[in-house]
Design a protein around this ligand. Structure first.
Ligand SMILES: [Zn+2]
Length: 474
């Protein structure tokens, strides 16, 4: 059945508003109790509007001083639910936001546990749009001009409503489950550019580094009904959603939001979802040219998705099985007070970090030695492993995982379950710069991460994957 996306959303929102507890009876019934046709997997799809209903401080850029002035594009939370009630249903939620705090993911997980969703079967992933609302607990140190009490209240209200909406969209996707064919493929899109400009091996500033590594892979998951009609497309791409600039103080989904709209217009009835890869050091190029640049990037994504959908895809015949580990990543060190006081005199990022640490000690708080970090994997049998890393992960992680594991069965996502700091690699730590030091201040962290970080994360991914998918590529 083909459904107009507008009608679909209206129906879902109506369902969510009036019938969450009983589910949307017209959907879902065929996939939950009855026999599953061979080669199909029960899949549900849902979307819910998460556009702020009042002016709110937008997150991602520190130079904005006022709440949003308008809504240029609606923001969405979208969900895919996989698997029957007899197994362990899995839910992926994507959100048009700069990030999501671990505490919110855990709260959504607690609520969905009542619907039989195990924690490791839930992922919440953000598109990292820099024209979306601020959430309580994400990028607390970003603003040059701190939020007023009134603005903080708006952010708190939005954050509370969001939790309920994420629960609702997940439940709607679970209620929508019916037999579907899953297929996946990988293409390439070239607009992500390495943004770390170096001189003699050291970071000098933001820009375009044509020699710097990037990940241009574009993995796509296709969901079709048994008659072949497209129900959903999930795509991943490793670029910041920073086409729009700090001067753009309107609500917008940046290139992921516009790519989704384009795909849904080209495929009426289908819902498009976007996850972001290891994009911490990649910006879209060109950028800062406003909506025309956004359209340019989104068109490249939508065109490549259409090319992939028109070619044979590799079938996935099982629902995903998740595994999750909460690591404790060590900070590089916890400097003693005399050293902090000495460093606090400096005017660079090191001085800023030292002053923030001294304030913490002054409040009677201890310097934390580690920080929590979620690493999650979803495996579709032996056919595909999806990796979901928290935070802003630099490209080296995707490149290393794809070189050490079987890249032909690997899909690397970041900005998942928690966005609480940048995750630099050993190489990037050696070069220094924003993603290593200054960004930690914006995220409210006391120090840079230890060089052991990279191996801890890669080892955790390998340990979570079943033996066949964790093996070194031949
Ligand atoms: Zn970022």
């Amino acid at each position: 059945m083909t459904v107009d996306p507008k009608h679909l959303r209206t129906t879902l929102i109506a369902c969510l508003t009036f019938a969450v507890m009983v589910g949307c009876a017209s959907a879902g019934a065929s996939g939950r109790g009855g026999a599953v046709p061979p080669g199909t997997v029960p899949v549900g799809v849902a979307a819910i509007d998460i556009t702020p209903t009042e002016p709110i401080r937008l997150s991602g850029y520190g130079d904005r001083r006022a709440p949003s002035d308008s809504v240029a594009q609606r923001l969405w939370a979208k969900a895919l639910a996989f698997g029957g009630d007899g197994g362990d249903p899995a839910v992926l939620i994507t959100v048009d936001l700069v990030g999501i705090p671990l505490s919110m993911t855990e709260e959504v997980a607690r609520r969905l546990a009542r619907a039989g969703i195990e924690r490791e079967q839930l992922v919440v992933s953000a598109t990292h749009t820099h024209t979306g609302p601020t959430l309580a607990g994400v990028l607390p140190g970003i603003f040059a001009e701190p939020m007023s009490t009134e603005q903080q209240a708006v952010v708190r209200r939005y954050s509370e409503q969001l939790v309920t909406k994420l629960e609702q969209v997940a439940l709607a996707a679970l209620a929508d489950r019916r037999p579907a064919h899953l297929g996946w493929s990988q293409g390439r899109v070239g607009f992500a550019a390495n943004r770390r400009v170096l001189r003699e091996g050291k970071w000098t500033g933001f820009g375009v580094n044509p020699e710097g590594p990037v990940d241009h892979d574009l993995p796509v998951l296709r969901v079709t009904d048994p008659g072949g009609a497209l129900r959903a497309v999930l795509l991943g791409y490793a670029s910041h959603a920073t086409t729009l600039a700090g001067k753009d103080n309107f609500v917008h989904g940046d290139w992921p939001g516009t790519a989704k709209e384009m795909i849904e217009r080209r495929h009426p009835g289908a819902v498009a979802l976007v996850t972001i890869g290891a994009a911490a050091d990649a910006n879209p190029e060109p950028r800062n040219g406003g909506v025309p640049d956004v359209l340019r990037h989104a068109t490249q994504i939508a065109d490549e998705v259409d090319r992939l959908l028109g070619a044979p895809l590799r079938p996935l015949t099982t629902a995903p099985r998740g595994r999750l580990r909460l690591l404790q990543l060590p900070f590089e060190r916890t400097p003693p007070r005399p050293e902090l006081e000495r460093r606090a005199q400096k005017s660079d990022a090191e001085g800023l970090l030292a002053r923030a640490a001294l304030e913490r000690l002054g409040r009677g708080e201890a310097m934390p030695a580690t920080v929590a970090y979620p690493v999650q994997t979803w495996t579709f049998g032996e056919e595909l492993a999806m990796v979901f890393l928290g935070g802003e992960v630099v490209v080296d992680y995707a490149r290393r995982l794809k070189s050490e594991l079987d890249a032909s069965r690997l899909w690397v996502n970041a900005y998942s379950n928690d966005v609480a700091f940048y995750v630099a690699s050993k190489r990037v730590m050696g070069e220094g710069g924003y993603e290593v030091d200054r960004s930690m201040l914006f995220y409210g962290q006391p120090a840079r991460l230890a060089p052991a970080t990279e191996d801890l994360i890669v080892d955790a991914v390998r340990a979570l994957l079943p033996r066949d998918l964790a093996r070194t590529a031949r």
